[in-house]
Design a protein around this ligand. Sequence first.
Ligand code: AMP
Ligand code: MG
Length: 321
Amino acid sequence: MPADARLYAYSAVLMGSPILLKLAEHDEKLAGDVFRLIRQQENLFTVNRAGSQLMAVNAAAGSHPVAVSAPVFALIKRAREVSLLAGSCFNFAIGPLVKRWKIGFQGDSVPPAHELQALLALTDPARVQLDEQQQTVFLPQPGMEIDLGAIAKGYIADVVRDFLHQRGCFCGLINLGGNLQTLDAPAGETAWAIGVQLPFGEPGALIGSVAVSNKSVVTSGVYERYFELNGRLYHHILNPQTGYPLDNELLGVTVISDRSLDGDIFTTLLYGLGVEQSLVFLKDYPQIEAIFVTREQQVVLATQQPFRLLDERWRIIDSTV
Ligand code: AMP
Ligand code: MG
């Protein structure tokens, strides 16, 4: 991207992911404040470290409700609603299964079927009790666990965008390990070219790029976190009905939306639906656009944003025409 020459990049590793901030002006102080903000937000939502509000909720499962701060309550409430949508593969109570599989972490293995069955019984999102008045969350059975891993980064990307705007910064982008939120494009450009990764390719290898500004671009892919055993690939997006990784024609879904939280929610939702059902589903959500990458080397476009193919082995199918 030629415009990059006029941009300042700042990077860190937070939440176990590489974080990249691009600004039009050199501002170490602002970058430092952004990374501090991300760390502070992560401390609210992580389930991998003691001390977060979410960990307190999980630790009190089967025992008592836990009061959480307004933003944490709001995010949990939204996650519960989305989990209860008809046909939703998004399930914020999937924690016990995620913890057991440990996909992408040391000790990952295929759990025996009877264990998955037992854990599935602990993942009913409807059983999570929210008390609006008290701002409390209660998991009624020991072993239940909320996991916001599918949406925390999207939420935080929006918080960062709002923070940059408050600080008078309107040109730039934040990439939270694949959850991208863009502000205005650099001077002289009309849009950012955001890469869509080549599944299982070298780092940086792209199928193509999509041109956006002031929009979020979020990707979920089977290639992001997985392990292989006996020739089978086990990836990190689980089917809440079976307890096994979701299995369909998709290698990845990229969602383009105003809010990165929506992008993060919809990548998981659409992943579970597969291409055909997603295209029907999206008719009810005109503000959400998507790009599907399939095992058949197809790139199915359901977006108005310009897409540029960079790898000729892939075939574009434009669902909007
Ligand atoms: P993402 O990186 O946004 O695709 O989210 C993947 C993460 O979401 C996983 O690492 C799990 O922590 C969590 N997760 C896995 N399966 C589901 C699911 N079906 N619903 C909600 N969260 C999930
Ligand atoms: Mg997600």
